[in-house]
Design a protein around this ligand. Structure first.
Ligand code: GRF
Length: 194
């Protein structure tokens, strides 16, 4: 019997600021027959984010948020989330810090993808820092968002081996490949329990 009978697809908003390869990948996954979610909205902090092109291509509502005033920005975002009855927010390369208040309002409803094996290498420049420390592995993590940067409960992680003569760029590429596999998996895990 099909597993999804009676299951209402969860509505997801993806937040981006740049390339949006994770956004694109989540859209593609969401179009598969047994997907538990649909992407209903993309929020971008940059009007020129390349990822916004995927919103056009796949006919997904987009909202570009001006961050001149963070309170107004977040009020705008909340309006859009409500209007579109969003169940879960997926951060994917979103370069703005969400306020404590915003996060409190959406407790347990925001997840993020981070290119390191958290709790190691929170913040930026994760690849180079892992290389500089002669780590044997790096990787990616999907975690819930709480008020401390890259510190919420971990949902899933994937290790990526660091190779001899690795560079930050090469490592980033290999990790990104794994990110694309991990994010949909993590969403399935989160949504099956919700
Ligand atoms: C990814 O490496 C993700 O881990 C980090 O930002 C990057 C976003 O890449 N949070 P893309 O815009 O999805 O291609």
């Amino acid at each position: 019997m099909p597993r999804l009978i009676g299951f209402k697809k969860k509505k997801i908003a993806v937040f981006i600021s740049g390339t949006g390869s994770n956004f694109k990948n989540l859209i593609k996954y969401s179009l598969k027959k047994n997907s538990k979610f649909e992407i209903c909205l993309v929020v971008s902090s940059r009007s020129k984010a390349k990822g916004l092109n995927y919103a056009e291509k796949y006919n997904i509502k987009k909202k570009v948020i001006s961050y001149l005033n963070i309170k107004k920005a977040e009020k705008n975002i909340i309006n859009e989330l409500k209007k579109n009855k969003i169940d879960l927010i997926c951060l994917a390369g979103y370069m703005k810090i969400l306020s404590k208040n915003f996060i409190k309002n959406f407790k347990g409803k925001i997840v993020n993808i981070h290119p390191s094996l958290l709790p190691k290498y929170k913040g930026l420049n994760t690849y180079q820092r892992a290389l500089d420390n002669n780590e044997k592995f790096s990787g990616c993590t999907i975690h819930y968002v709480n008020s401390k940067l890259d510190s919420g409960k971990i949902i899933l992680q994937k290790k990526v081996k660091i190779l001899k003569n690795d560079t930050s760029d090469k490592l980033a590429k290999r990790i990104l490949k794994q990110e694309h596999l991990l994010y949909p998996k993590a969403l399935n895990k989160v949504l099956i329990n919700s």
